[in-house]
Design a binder for this molecule. Sequence first.
Ligand code: PLP
Length: 237
Amino acid sequence: MANAALPADHANSIAARLASVRASIVAAARAADREPAAIELVAVGKTYGADTMIEAIEAGQRVFGENRVQEAAGKWPALKARWPDVRLHLIGPLQTNKVKDVIGLVDMLQTLDRESLALALVKARDKGDRLPDLLVQVNTGREPQKAGIPPEGVDAFLARCRDEWSLSISGLMCIPPAEEPPALHFALLREIARRHGLRHLSMGMSGDYPTAIRFGATMVRVGSAIFGSRAPADPAV
Ligand SMILES: *Cc1c(COP(=O)(O)O)cnc(C)c1O
């Protein structure tokens, strides 16, 4: 995407990096015989401020992800008021006592990862709140420190969402173990979604989104490839 005729700061702009990520998404989709429009780019803006988000919005980006409720609540209400078609996804853990803070702020919650959170959502809905769209987070690597339903528990969890709680689930999300090749995890998530007829697969980050697209991702969550690397202290996932 970099154009040699342009000054270097332009080539490194958020608009240029977004264009480059979008081009890679199109290329990966075509290589997998998929429709590029079937893959949504979720731009992960965590640790970056509102000015940086505005650059991305002005470059045409409309779907964003944040992993902390507090940061999302500080940054996005004003931006969403100014650009009503912007959509925000929560991609990090949600405490049950923070459910009320995401109602009306978040359009999709990608991290429904346990029964207590499902019950808190049901409670909010039964009080009249409109819930965000929901993805179930699957801990495909069964990592003890990572959130998510273990693969062998997903069938039962989805059944309870449907039959006991009447929660409509749009799809699945996973964060594969950092030290393993992600392909097997993507394949596992795709297989579970297929079995349940779920439409959305949120998988793939800056380092592996082309692979995720090959395995059927409908949403890729890309941060550093668009906004630059974050401070090392940031607990990314
Ligand atoms: C930070 C984060 C991402 C984006 O990671 P990059 O490697 O910067 O693209 C994706 N998903 C989740 C859950 C994250 O917390």
